[in-house]
Design a protein around this ligand. Sequence first.
Ligand code: ADP
Length: 471
Amino acid sequence: MKQKINGRLLLIALLSMGLTLLLSVVVFKTAFEKQVKGDVRQSAEVMAAGYSAHPGEALLDAYAAAGYRITLIKNDGTVLYDSQGDVQTMENHKDRPEVSSALQNGTGEAVRTSATLGYNTYYYAIALSDGTVLRAAKDTASLYLLYHWALPWLFIIVLALLGLSVVLSAYLTRQLVQPIEAMAEHFDEDEPDLPVPYPELAPFAAALKDNQLHLKENERIRQEFTANVSHELKTPMTSISGYAEMIETGLAKPEDIRNFAGKIRFEAARLISLIGDIILLSELDDPGAVRKFGPVDLLSVAKSVTEYLSFNAGKNNIKLSVTGEHLNVRGSQGLLEELIYNLCDNAIRYNRPGGKVVVEVGCHEGKVWLSVSDTGIGIPPEHQDRIFERFYRVDKSHSKETGGTGLGLAIVKHIAISHSGKIIVNSKLGVGTQIKVGFPMFQDQPAPQGKSASPADKPARSNGAQEQNGG
Ligand code: ADP
């Protein structure tokens, strides 16, 4: 930026210098020429009056000595006197415009350019009462002499101005840029109100600050997540190691061994489930991930997921049903399966024996809605905002006993966001919970029928732990 500003300033300086030079030369030249013309005319008038009063070549010689070329011409064009030429050899002057004009109108003037010397000569001719014409002439050679003299000075002045412009523009640029640099230096400080040097920069600075805060927040969340993950992984590992040690050292009675093996399997299944969720979340976190989005029939996906979960539901004596219309949303089938799976899995795990889970797909207010309702324990209002945070659980032991990882709803939220979806939670403690996700309508409705999701490609959020728990 500095270079650019500096360059522009210099360009402006150069341009204005060039223009000034050019204009002053033109103005100077015009004024000078006007002055010469006026001089010649005035002098010619004075000379004509003087000569009429006292005719004689001596007077003409005196005039010529004042720097004019003086010519006296007879009315037939013959040159009678010329201060610079030989009268004998001079051609007839009758046709010279200034002379013929003077013979006709009393006065005449003309400008002629000397082809060889490149300067102008001004002529002014006046008809005298005796019939002759007196002509005075002066050339502008002096103007070129003046240029000649002035040129080195002009050159020096231009150089000096150039140097001054370089210094000034560097200084001005620094003045302009320094506050911005100062602002950039203060950017890392945790001050919310950053001094912004120019009002035009305020939105830019605000956006940058926002971005920076966002990055910091992300960094904090990441660190917290890493700490949580380590903690979550350590607990099952510790129990696995404990049970294994008891078997190894013979501390476990032979009849306990089967039970311990079951517990080891349960903890291992929890680890697998947790790692599966972490992998999925990190994939979802990857901003560069390319996902193939296409039309997905939500009802078909819901049906295949509930089919997959029906064993689990039955084991807990929970009635699982799916209703609604076949509606397409634009998305990834695998991710939408994961979303529905997590919601249904929660609805079963936080239900009561004999309870119900209803999955519904419908269209309302220009959105395709997926709703999963249960008749379970409900979520206390003060926790409803936070259940989508990673590892946030209302009741830690209940979550763990039922094989929860604490990441299910975080994944749901992530998938919903990547599908431009919106989540609504309705829950009443002791009555039940409804979680709704609204997706933008897919343009090419109705959906192709009979498309079914294959539970086989469902990302691993193994319900092995839950089976273990139940058995
Ligand atoms: P978890 O693996 O612990 O179930 P989630 O992210 O899926 O983790 O859910 C976060 C917390 O939200 C759960 O621990 C639970 O307390 C609460 N929760 C989620 N779904 C329901 C539901 N359907 N009914 C009651 N509580 C729920």
